[in-house]
Design a protein. Sequence first.
Length: 199
Amino acid sequence: MILITRYALRLTCSALVITGCGEPQRRAEQDSTHAPSTTAEETAVADSTTAVADSTTTPADVVRRYYRAIQARDFDAAYALWSQSGKQSGKTRAEFAAGFSDTREVRATTGDSVRIEGAAGSQYATVPVKVDAVMQDGRRQHFEGSYTLRRSMVDGATADQRRWRIYSADLRGGAEPAAQPRSGVIRSSVKLMPRAAMS
């Protein structure tokens, strides 16, 4: 599993919005034996969107829902699918939305080999993903990698804390080579994608 640096997500202006991934040791240090408290502001973010998955939703479902929200330009819903009510993305809600301003279209495909492991009262799931995007100027981008999702499993955890949330992302890729024109005619077939990366 390739772990991203603290902002592989900072996949530059032409990438998708991601966040830095924490190493397994750091995960264990950050997790506690008690369920973390939820602030009123965090609750408001989660309640403001229907994109937040319930406890029966699979990790791959969450990643697909994330990209559907981005495609629909429902950035609040996509942001809420990150851990800590979006803060784990490393961006504010405004910064997160701005990261996709240059994206016109985005499509994600999740792999079948989802891996789930436990650590310090939490479960972590690694979801393989391929992302294709088209920028506003027609440039195409392709990314491959994985998302790591987390949920709390400790006694006393709330229903919200037991839901899968995006914890980190590790995506590699970038702009695809420009297509060669045929018969002297330049053709453009592009899809939409955010400039910050998949996140």
